[in-house]
Every structure is written in C-alpha cells, then in structure tokens.
Design a protein around this ligand. Structure first.
Ligand code: TRP
Length: 331
C-alpha cells in the first residue's frame, strides 16, 4: 500500500457540470494526482434518490467519466469509478445506518431542502443519503474529502459515525478531513452573483456548462450582470458581478486578481465581458473536443469503469471485511 494520503470525492451523474465545477474543483484535480492517492466516484446510487430516466442516467455516468478524463485526469494515476459497480458502498451503508440516529438525519439541511423541492417523492433513500455518503468515504479510509460548503454537514456526520463506530469496536475508520484546495475559485451565478453558480439553477443564463458551445457561452457572458459604475475593480461587496468575472478570468488564465485588474484598468465593461467570455471559450474548447471524442467510445469508457471497479474493490473489500468481523458477522 502506498503511504500517500488518500482523497475521496463523489460526483452525482445528474445534469451537466459547470464552469464553477471546473474552476472550483476539476481544473485542480490533475495537480493532486501525484501527491495523493485519488478516488473519484460517480455516485449513481445517490442519484436515484430523485427519479431518473434509465437511459439518461447511463449517459450521464459516462459523461462524468469522460469529463474527468477530458479535464486532464490520468486514468492510471487516479481511480475513476462507478459507485454501483462496487457493492461495498451499499453494504457498508446499511451497516452504518444502524449506527446513525434519526435525530442526526432529521437535522440535515439538504434533506429538508430536497424534500421541499420533491414533495411528491420524499423517499427513504433521500433520508438516508448522508449515511451512504459516509459509507463512500469511510469504506476507503479516506484522509481527505474535497467538498463545498453545501456538503460540510454531511462530512461532519460521516466523522461522527466513524468516531462512534471506533468507540464501540476500536480503531477502524480514519476520521476524514475536509479538503479545500489552495487554488480553488468560487464561481458565482452570472445573473445573481450573490449565489453560487449551480447546474440545477432554473435560469440557464446563470451558468455555463463545461461542454457548452462557444456561441452560447459568449452570449451568457455578454449578458452577465455588472453594476452602475464603469470601473473594472475587485470589490465583492459592492461589485459582486464584476468581481465574479474577474475571479473567473484570473482562474482560467491562472493569473492573480491584481494582474487581472491591471490588464483591464482602462477597459469598458462590454470589452471586459467579451474578454472573459473568450478566455473561458479558449479554456473549455479542448476539453469539449476531448469529451466528444470520448463519448463516442463507450467501449473504452466501459472498460475503464470495469477495471477501476476492481481497483476500488481492492481497497474497499478489506475494510468491509474488518467491519463485518467487528460487528460479529461470520466472514
Ligand atoms: N453528496 C455529494 C454532492 O451532492 C456527492 C457525494 C456522494 C460525495 N458521496 C460523496 C461527495 C462522498 C464527497 C464524498 O455533491
């Protein structure tokens, strides 16, 4: 076994990943692949907590894998795999559910939020979703989990479940830490820059996806909200729209905010927005092309999923066995 720290990340195969996902996470993942042992899991089991069309679900699972590869993740250095192909997630999920209190699950804000949005389908899976997420992380004895603000509460629960189990049965699980990459950019909505750019936003002008066509990307940047001043200056409180665009430009160009401010100090908003749009298109074009190529080769994606499920199982199975043994199952 390697002595590298292990990173686990899960991504839902629902909807398209956005520029925010790219700049906040994916772009930096390839920088981690040498220093850490990284597992990236397409969490299809989680996705069925809301109703999914079967064909679309398959396609979206391939799409996440293709996107990760297109963003530069090396398929040998990272374990990119599909959750449903490693049965240990569901098995450990069941066991851990018996060490999780309803009181804890009742407090989860995402459950409350999703119940409101899917009032016609408040199912048991939606409720126990955080337990499965804890299983994902703990199954690999992950040291670190890159997550956004919205998943902090779930990670905290995973830590509590792990500690509880360790207290009863002795040291078993690693207590996972949140991992905030140093260079992660926080990309806000293009129309409402006080909220995060999100793929589930009802207004498509609020986000651009990683594989969006250039004309559409340009249109959205042209429309992006600014403010009533005329100076390209970084001020997140008074100029959230302009500051967001500066953040985006700096991140895609891998330069600092100061350099960005300098570059546009005499620019008009219209020209600045075009420059940001063009920079985004330039950054995303090779990714989109690679992605399209990969999506035309499902055979390859399939074989990669299968191969990586085996690699994941090599780590997962000993943990599950250890847990079963400790609980008192005959293994
Ligand atoms: N709940 C996460 C999300 O919606 C996805 C997820 C599932 C995850 N399992 C995970 C994230 C394990 C990190 C680690 O974004």
């Amino acid at each position: 076994m390697s002595d590298k720290k292990r990173i686990f990340s899960g991504v839902q195969p629902s909807g398209n990943l956005t520029l925010g996902n790219y700049l906040g996470a994916l772009k930096n993942f390839s920088l981690l692949q040498d220093e850490y042992e990284c597992l990236y899991c397409v969490v299809d089991l989680h996705s069925i907590t809301v109703r999914q069309d079967p064909l679309l679900l398959k396609d979206r699972s391939y799409a996440v894998l293709a996107l990760y590869l297109a963003c530069g993740l090396d398929p040998d250095k990272n374990i990119l795999f599909l959750q449903s192909q490693v049965s240990g997630h569901a098995e450990l999920g069941w066991a851990l559910g018996c060490y999780t209190y309803m009181g804890e699950l009742n407090r989860m804000t995402q459950f409350k939020d999703k119940s409101r949005r899917h009032a016609d389908n408040i199912n048991g899976g939606l409720y126990t979703y955080p337990v499965l997420m804890a299983a994902d992380i703990l199954l690999y004895k992950s040291d670190m989990v890159p997550i956004g603000q919205d998943q902090k509460q779930h990670l905290e629960l995973a830590r509590n479940i792990a500690e509880r189990f360790n207290n009863i049965y002795g040291d078993t699980f690693v207590i996972p830490e949140p991992f905030i990459p140093k260079t992660a950019a926080r990309v806000m909505s293009l129309q409402e820059p006080d909220k995060k750019m999100s793929k589930s936003d009802d207004n498509a002008n609020n986000f651009v996806t990683i594989t969006e066509d250039p004309a559409s990307i340009m249109k959205k940047f042209k429309k992006a909200v600014t403010d009533s001043e005329s100076e390209v200056r970084f001020d997140e409180v008074n100029k959230p729209g302009i500051s967001n665009l500066m953040n985006i430009y700096a991140a895609v160009k891998s330069i600092s905010i100061e350099e960005t401010a300098k570059e546009f100090e005499n620019s008009r908003y219209g020209d600045f927005k075009m420059a940001v749009g063009n920079a985004v298109v330039d950054a995303l074009t090779p990714i989109r092309e690679k992605y399209n190529e990969l999506m035309n080769d499902k055979g390859y994606l399939d074989s990669l999923f299968k191969k990586n499920a085996l690699r994941a199982k090599e780590i997962a199975e000993p943990t599950l066995k250890e847990v079963y043994e400790k609980i008192g199952f005959i293994v």
